[in-house]
Design a protein around this ligand. Structure first.
Ligand code: TXA
Ligand code: MG
Length: 294
């Protein structure tokens, strides 16, 4: 099939209430028509994801975002203009047309414009916003290539090559005081430069599961993973920064899930990962590694 034909097929399936796995710049998503509660229900069933975990809605423009938001603040506008399309999810008050199943009953909705041409073409061709979590089973590693996506998860998969960013979007709530709910490729420092001080979100121990990424054991490979440089008994590997793994945070993020998927396929006894520095640029990576610890 030509690329145009596969987009048209995928868009048809979305309009028909089916699930389509599609590339974004962060990780692959498992998408459904965000305005169709039955279609969104299939996402939760396929992933084995609890319905208490709200989904991100992918839109093709600020205009489509505003059609789903009951309030669009000056901060939302500033951030969207600067970072969309891109790896930033904004949590804003929702309009009634966004079904409750999408937001796990919350009065708010997570929105982002993904920076991958196939994702944008899919949303445009389908003509609806697309609700999509990462295209993996609940608590497993997110896919950064089409080959990582578990079989039979989606009715159809669009292959857009390896994800450029490699970890999930930064999630920022703009509902009350701006609050970082999940660190990602765009650092809190960059966001604060644009809109001023941002609160750090609740840790899993403190808060309810306002964010599914807050589940303590998320982003987990099957192989036991340790956040140190200790060699253990049996077959394993130590991943050091600037050696087995890249030294800069952008390249590291792009390589992280691909590396863990590859090592998982080797049935190792352990993976030890040198802890990256606890700085804003590394926060997204450190967060995913901490949740991946055995
Ligand atoms: O990069 C990404 O964000 C990827 C791609 C596919 O876009 N998606 C993704 O989705 O990582 P998921 O379902 O694995 O993570 C959803 C995140 C949660 O961690 C949570 O912080 C946030 O979205 N979220 C969505 N709606 C929310 C809401 N109404 N209130 C608070 N958090 C929300
Ligand atoms: Mg996920």
């Amino acid at each position: 099939m030509t690329p145009g034909a596969s987009i048209e097929r995928a868009a048809e399936l979305i309009r028909g209430g089916r699930l389509v796995a599609f590339p974004t710049e962060t990780v692959y998503g498992l998408g459904a028509n965000a305005l169709d509660p039955d279609a969104v229900g299939r996402i939760f069933a396929a992933k084995g994801r609890p319905r208490t975990s709200p989904l991100i809605v992918h839109v093709d423009s600020i205009e489509m975002a505003r059609a789903l938001a009951s309030h669009w603040s000056a901060a939302a506008d500033l951030l969207a203009r600067r970072y969309w399309p891109g790896p930033l999810t904004l949590i804003v008050p929702k309009r009634a047309l966004v079904p409750d199943i999408v937001t796990a009953g919350l009065p708010t909705v997570g929105l982002r414009v993904p920076a991958h041409p196939l994702a944008l073409e899919l949303i445009r061709a389908a003509g609806v916003p697309i609700a999509a979590p990462s295209a993996n089973r609940f608590t497993e590693l997110s896919p950064t290539t089409a080959g990582h996506i578990p079989e039979s998860l989606a009715d159809y998969t669009l292959d857009g090559g390896p994800a450029r960013v490699g970890i999930e979007s930064t999630v920022l709530s703009l509902v009350d005081a701006p609050t970082l709910l999940r660190p990602g490729a765009i650092s809190i420092t960059e966001l604060e430069a644009l809109i001023g001080p941002i609160l750090r979100g609740a840790t899993p121990a403190e808060g309810a599961h306002a964010a599914p990424g807050m589940h303590a054991r998320h982003y987990r490979p099957a192989t036991p993973l340790y956040l140190d440089t200790v060699s253990r008994e049996g077959n394993g590997i130590v991943l050091r920064m600037g050696k087995e793994m890249p030294a800069d945070p952008k390249s590291y993020a792009a390589a992280l899930y691909e590396t863990l998927h590859r090592l998982d396929a080797q049935s190792l006894d352990w993976i030890a990962v040198e802890p990256p520095p606890d700085t804003p640029e590394w926060a997204g990576i450190l967060d995913r590694l901490r949740r991946a610890v055995a």
